[in-house]
Design a protein around this ligand. Sequence first.
Ligand code: EPZ
Length: 435
Amino acid sequence: MNTNDEKMVILGGVPLHGEVKISGAKNSAVAVLVASILVKGKCVIENVPRVSDIYDLIGIIKSLGCEAGFVGDDVVEVDCTNIKTHVATGAAVRKIRASSYFMGALLGRLGRASVDLPGGCDFGVRPIDLHLKGFKALGAESDIEYGVVNIRADRLTGDTVYMDVVSVGATIDVMLAAVLADGMTVIDSAAKEPHVVDVANFLNSMGANIRGAGTDVIKIRGVKELHGGMFSVIPDQIEAGTFMIAAAATGGDVVVNNIIPKHMESLSAKLEEMGVGIDEYDEAIRVYVDKPELRRCNVKTQPYPGFPTDLQPQMLVLLTKAKGNSTMTENVWENRLQYVGELNRMGASITVEGGDMAIVEGGTPLTGAPVCAKDLRAGAAMVIAALMARGVTEIYNLKYIDRGYEDFEKKLKSLGAQITRRCVNPMPEVLKAAK
Ligand code: EPZ
């Protein structure tokens, strides 16, 4: 069934208890899969989450004449030795943001790329100017025709690329284009997100020479060829954060397993500031609430190691529970507070100022309502709100949530959540406009 035709039905008010295992990072896996295009040989990639963005990407990679597919629960094999085309176009390419990585990978491997302008969740303009600026510095020319980006280079030669804005996508894309280029490429003001480091580790394990990933300056010395091998994707920082916030929001006690606690520091610090209990272990964090009230706090999203924009909606939901007024400032995306109306429909009292700051009046109890997932992380936020709310919430537009959360309901159910998925028939009038 198409997930457009399904809804989640959640009976709120049950504190989450138990242990949950976090899947591989969606945003790392999507980049690693596309990076396999640069490799002559078989790449065996472990810890890949079964989410719709991954299935879409596998389909696109196969359409290039490569072999790709799941060979185990979380293992994907990709072999692009006999890649046949530099053209990646079609509905799947236009749907996901990670298809921007085909630009760098195809350019690096074949010297040219024709890729539909990438899609992704809609929270304002999602430009690719920095990607193209980076390719140009390496000697490539590009134009955009009928929504397709055409990039070509007789020869790619390393140079210094300064990123005017810290961009995960542009940092990874330029890295992909530079791996097989002549000489040294330097990316200055690079993104430091864990998945940028993971992609560099993947490429290095296949024979690339990349240094400095995880710092502001990444240096890539071009190599002649990459060889096949095995790689395991890091745990999903955002899925982990979503469960940590859900545990706190329901007043529960949850051990979030299979994570890298260092990646969670900005969130752990904010939760502790609010009075949430945090116990850190080597590869797990326990989150629990043993106080009657949570304290207010102000949060600002920033590139890593700052508070992640991809946890902004989930955290905003938690702030509705704190005593006093809190603020949330979105510094990465221009229009990522568009879901606030859905929360207010559940009884929250949140106002948005200047488009990028939400002021939350805390201590307003939420009640169940029909609501829409406006994008992937806003969808996760609706689930958390529903788990906190009195009564039943119905969440529509599940296609967004399914893009990035593996076994979301199953994992929540194992923690005690009262949650099911049902057929939508028909969608309530009140939501048609919101959709
Ligand atoms: C990645 O998107 C993630 N997606 C996003 O997660 C995440 O929100 C974002 O990084 C920021 O952390 C994937 O990894 C697939 P950016 P990306 O380039 O790479 C500006 C999720 O929910 N910019 O780091 O597209 C841009 O406008 C998704 O999993 C330019 O100006 O984000 C934004 O303000 C949603 N020019 C800022 O940089 C460019 O050429 C950061 O964007 C590119 C970006």
